[in-house]
Every structure is written in C-alpha cells, then in structure tokens.
Design a protein around this ligand. Structure first.
Ligand code: ARG
Ligand code: ZN
Ligand code: CA
Length: 393
C-alpha cells in the first residue's frame, strides 16, 4: 500500500515540476532543510574481522534467529566502525573529544575453515545446559567437541562467539584476553538474551541493546575495566585517558561521579553500567586495542568482508529505533543505494547517495522536521523500494 502511495507522489512531483526534482528544498519558517550533519553512513574500514556465531540451544527460544544476529552485527559496527553516533550527545563534554573510532569492521564469516560457504552462524542442539560454564580437565567444555561443545574455527582468522543460556553461570559474558588465547580456547561466550537488540534481547533490560558484545570485544582486544578490577585505586587499565577508578559503576549514574579524586568516565564501554548508558571508547583505548591486535592477533583484522550485491536492496531493512531511522543489511554485508526522503506533499526533503555502507542512521531527532509522515525511497539502478516513516511528537 505505502509503496503505491509513494510511487504516486514521486510520479506527481516529476510530472508537475519538470526539471526541479533535484532542486534543493527551500526551508520554510517552520523547519530548516536537512543537512549532512543529520545522518551518518558507515563505510568500509581498514581492519576487517570475520565472526562465527556458535549458537547452542536446548529450547526453541534459545535458538536465536539469524535476524537477531544481524542486529548484533549492526550494533558492533555502529560502535567499532563509526565516527559519529546519534547518542554521542550523551557523553559529558569533559570526555567528548576523547571518543575515538576503533576502525574495526565486523562481518559474518562467509566460509568455514575448510572453505565451504557459510553464513557465519551455526546452531547446535544440546540437551544438557550445564556445559554453559563448565570446565573439564582445565578446558571450557563449550569450546571442545569431545567435551560436548564444538571446536573453535581457527582463532587466528575467525572470532568465535559462543552463545548459550547462561542463567546458571555467574556472569552473562566472558571474553578471552589476547595474551590468554590458545589455539583451542579463544573467543567470547555470551548469554543468549544479550545478543543484539531484538528477539530474546528485546526487553532484557539493561542488557537489551547489544552492547554486552561491544564490551566483551573490548576485552577480547585487550581492554580492562576502568578500575583495573582492583579496589582502593590500586588497579589501572593501562590507558592514560580513562581516569583512575577505585570501583566499578553499575546502573546509570548521573554525571559527575568522582573516584580516586578524579572525574570518573563511567559511560565508557569498558564500564559495567547499563547498555543504555555506555557510549564511548577513548583514543587511548583504541590505541591499546590496535597494539594488542598487532601483538597477539595479527591476522584477525585482515579478513575480507564480502560485499553485498548492488542489486539486492531487499536485504536492506529500514526500521525506526526510538528517534533514529536505521537502514541495515539483513544479510551480512554492504549495500549501495540512493536515499531520498519525501514529505507528504511529495517534496524532496533530503537525499544522499552512497557506496558500500554497513549501516545508515538518519537521526530523526536532529532533523528538526515536523512530526508527520515521510517516505523514504531506497533505490539503485535495478530497484526502487519505498518505506513509510512516521515521526511522532
Ligand atoms: N559482566 C560482563 C563483563 O564484565 C559484561 C557486562 C557488560 N555490561 C553491559 N551493560 N552490557 O565482562
Ligand atoms: Zn567486562
Ligand atoms: Ca586509565
């Protein structure tokens, strides 16, 4: 239905305003035009890592959908491979210019270790949930086929993510530090309810936004909690621009908080606050991650993330995430297209063309357009898809 309405509007505009379709919209008194600061696009970056999700399940609920995994990929890339985010204004000014882009891009593996095609997700049916945090003979059962789990995919070139119901375990996630990794034990283990932002993660506050894996990935690349996991200001995370902390923060503290005589950076991804309240990696943390990768995981960032086909716009989903409109690839990679945003009167309000984006977020909050109905036309040479977007007051 919306598709027809949209095509109709576009058609009308082309017909009635020949030659003016691309003319910039002139802002009226009630709203300004949409500027390039109002959206962001993630592009390919230097380091590219491939992930394999080993999803263990003993019930239908635990058998996460591929869509849920894709939602996790979007979150990972949003914070590891993106210079600007809509939520950056939540970072107190004191720390805002310390925020850095790790420039690490993640994709799902498209080949298994023997070269067969893969979607980067495998589902393993189990009857005994006790392997979730069990160790036998000093080994994590989950990571060994002969102990009831699965063997790692070569950890030099794959990041292994193990997903399981961890309700019997002390913590919801666990990552192996680079220096502790071995050829048969490496990667990250996560509870099935804190993967991505949909499905089992939906409503799983405060771990419902996919940031647990962002945090664990920080550990995987050699970052510590800000307190260095020691009380009384005795610990250090070996990063200069994260202030010393004598404790870890939980929940969603109000700025400012002081510890060890310093203004605490509790909104860091390596803090233990709620998903909704963690927002940055610092320049120092990004430098440390890059050093650690070079030192211990030199091959991990050299994978070629496969590209999405230009003609596959049906893989692109558009969704409204609070005050953002997000486009992300339903499959595993990139998309290239033109975006045009029309208002109810068929006026072109904003447009942008881009190549090889991982995700695109249009921040409706910053757009300063009136509440109402908008149409987003997503197109390439072969296809045109139209989405109706509603901006509520
Ligand atoms: N407890 C876990 C750890 O220390 C992760 C907690 C992450 N916090 C979050 N809001 N997702 O590794
Ligand atoms: Zn941690
Ligand atoms: Ca520090």
């Amino acid at each position: 239905m919306s598709k027809w309405i949209c095509f109709f509007l576009v058609f009308v505009e082309i017909q009635s305003l020949p030659g003016q379709r691309c003319a910039p919209y002139k802002p009226g008194p009630t709203y300004r035009s949409i500027s390039t600061q109002d959206f962001k696009i993630q592009f390919r970056q230097k380091l590219q890592c491939r992930l394999i999700f080993h999803i263990f399940y003993s019930s239908a609920e635990e058998k996460l959908s591929a869509m849920q995994v894709y939602s996790q990929m979007e979150v990972l890339n949003r914070y590891f491979n993106n210079a600007v985010n809509a939520e950056d204004y939540n970072i107190p000014e004191a720390f805002r210019n310390l925020k850095a882009n790790p420039n690490i891009e993640f994709c799902l593996a498209d080949k298994d270790p023997v070269g067969n095609a893969s979607i980067g997700i495998e589902w393993i049916s189990i009857s005994d949930l006790s392997i979730a945090c069990k160790t036998e003979f000093g080994k994590r059962s989950l990571m060994h086929k002969n102990l009831g789990g699965v063997d790692l995919w070569d950890p030099k070139t794959y990041i292994n993510i193990f997903v399981i119901n961890r309700s019997q375990c002390p913590v919801l996630g666990e990552a192996i530090y680079p220096w502790d990794a071995s050829s048969d034990e490496d990667g990250i283990i996560l509870d099935y309810r804190s993967i991505g932002s949909i499905g089992t993660a939906h409503g799983n506050k405060p771990f419902h936004q996919g940031k647990t894996l962002v945090h664990e990935m920080g550990h995987f690349f050699g970052l510590f909690h800000l307190s260095g996991d020691q009380a009384n200001c005795a610990g250090d995370d070996i990063v200069a621009d994260t202030p010393l902390q004598g404790l870890e923060y939980f929940g969603c503290p109000k700025f400012p908080q002081v510890s060890c005589g310093q203004n605490s950076q509790f909104m860091n991804f390596m803090s233990l606050v709620d998903d909704a309240c963690m927002h940055l990696f610092t320049i120092g943390q990004v430098n440390r991650m890059q050093e650690q990768i070079q030192l211990y995981r030199p091959e991990i960032g050299k994978m070629n993330c496969t590209m999405r086909l230009q003609d596959d716009l049906k893989q692109v989903i558009v969704r409204q995430n609070q005050l953002d409109w997000q486009l992300l690839s339903k499959s595993r990679g990139y998309f290239s297209c033109n975006l045009e945003l029309y208002d109810m009167n068929g006026r072109l309000r904003w447009k942008q063309q881009f190549e090889e984006a991982v995700s695109v977020t249009i921040s409706a909050e910053l757009l300063d357009v009136n509440p109402g109905v908008y149409f987003l036309l997503v197109s390439n040479k072969e296809e045109k898809l139209c989405y109706k977007l509603i901006l509520v007051q």
